[in-house]
Design a protein around this ligand. Structure first.
Ligand SMILES: *Cc1c(COP(=O)(O)O)cnc(C)c1O
Length: 402
């Protein structure tokens, strides 16, 4: 391997000719470019794939989380429990609606918020103020949802899954249920950003069991606009004096946003979603290959602990004992890059971000900080070959001097 080899990124989408053809067909058909039948078709296939009663497409994983906060009525003065090992957007969603974030710690061997972490965060919250908890299925492995839902139920807290890493997976101890298909949570949020399970450019969705909630989400996604002829708030706008409905009528009982996903993106999404099982099968094969190849490097470098279920493997996080290899992470990452291996670090604990330290001061969450100190994400995407995995592990070995 030489430095002149093209960089193997940590993630990369696969767009095939049939994906391109699906988008081109939509564009050529004269069908609507937004708010049209391609959105319904995408939502239907996503609901089928997750086993959820409802799927609501929206403009990103971030707006999916934001919409859930809005639809659940989370507001200023409320509190939301969010694990600190996650992308910024999970915590920011609570702030978008003016709620306070209570950061939960994580298991240092998985990066996941455990039921114990949830309870500990709850003990720091104001009694009665916590309206939601957002467990994050970090790297594609699911949190212990039975444990988390049981605690949430006891305290009347809504559970919103941040499943942006886990589309296509199943729950440990509940393998027949696809991620997004649980009926005892409020809903699950997904992202179709190009590094995720499949790509629509920008894009996201919510799955949920409650059709009333789904309706609210669809209204909030489109400016809060309703066409409620049966029970309008403003009858003088909805009907003519003889009862004939006014075709142009709409009304806005609550403030809404424009968080729609276009038909162009949905056409790409429907085409990509067909390949999700194949993508995930390849990711899973690559993870198995990685596990084998990394074995000789333990305990200095090892995969995160496996929690069971069929993970929707998104990131290949490994834990590196940097003091043991006598190297700081920056040098490790830069030297791997020089060897043609792109590496990520997911994530900087959100509670340490300047914005959140400014709000809440500096707090120590030891499990999360221990996870952060060791984690690196090695390349993982369905277009990788077994030889790529061997190349990555050889580079890791060389750089670490193992
Ligand atoms: C990607 C991601 C998001 C945000 O999704 P976008 O589509 O980029 O807005 C939120 N949470 C997690 C855990 C993510 O990985």
């Amino acid at each position: 391997m030489t430095a002149s080899q093209p960089l193997l990124p940590y993630a990369r989408p696969i767009i095939d000719e049939d994906d391109i053809a699906a988008v081109a067909a939509l564009l050529r058909s004269g069908a609507p470019l937004t708010d049209g039948p391609a959105v319904d078709a995408f939502e239907e296939s996503l609901a089928k794939a997750t086993g959820a009663a409802e799927a609501i497409a929206c403009s990103s994983g971030t707006t999916a989380l934001h919409l859930m906060m809005l639809a659940l009525g989370v507001k200023e003065g409320d509190q939301v429990i969010v694990p600190t090992i996650t992308f910024l957007a999970t915590a920011n969603a609570a702030r978008f609606v003016g709620a306070e974030v209570i950061f939960a710690d994580a298991d240092p061997t998985t990066g996941l918020m455990t039921p114990e972490n949830f309870e500990e965060a709850l003990s720091r919250a104001t009694p009665g103020k916590v309206k939601a908890v957002i467990p994050v299925h970090m790297n594609g492995q699911c949190c212990d949802m039975r444990g988390i839902v049981a605690i949430a139920k006891k305290h009347g807290i809504a559970v919103v899954e941040d499943a942006c890493h886990a589309l296509g997976g199943t729950y440990p101890g509940n393998e027949s249920v696809p991620v997004g298909g649980l009926s005892d949570v409020a809903g699950a949020c997904f992202s179709f950003h190009p590094v995720k399970a499949f790509a629509t450019g920008e894009g996201g969705a919510i799955t949920c069991a409650d059709s009333k909630l789904a309706e609210t989400l669809r209204i909030l996604r489109c400016h809060g606009m309703e066409k409620n002829y049966d029970d309008p708030l403003m009858k003088e706008f909805s009907h003519a004096s003889d009862g004939t409905p006014n075709p142009w009528f709409y009304e806005m009982p609550e403030l809404g946003w424009n968080f729609r996903l276009s038909d162009i993106q949905c056409a790409l999404g429907t085409s990509q979603l067909k390949k999700l099982p194949g993508f995930l099968a390849r990711r899973t094969e690559l993870m198995t290959h990685y596990e084998k190849a990394l074995k000789p490097l333990a305990p200095v470098i090892q995969p995160i602990r496996r929690v069971g279920g069929h993970p929707g493997w998104h990131l290949n996080a490994v834990l590196v004992d940097f003091p043991a290899i006598g190297m700081e992470r920056a040098h490790f990452v830069n030297r791997l890059k020089a060897e043609g291996v792109g590496v990520g670090v997911q994530y900087l604990p959100v509670h340490l971000q300047p914005y959140y330290q400014g709000l809440y001061g500096r707090r120590t969450l030891p499990g999360a900080e221990a996870y952060y100190a060791k984690c690196v994400s090695l390349p993982l995407f369905p277009g990788m070959s077994d030889a790529d995995v061997d190349r990555v592990v050889a580079a890791v070995r060389k750089v670490a001097g193992l």
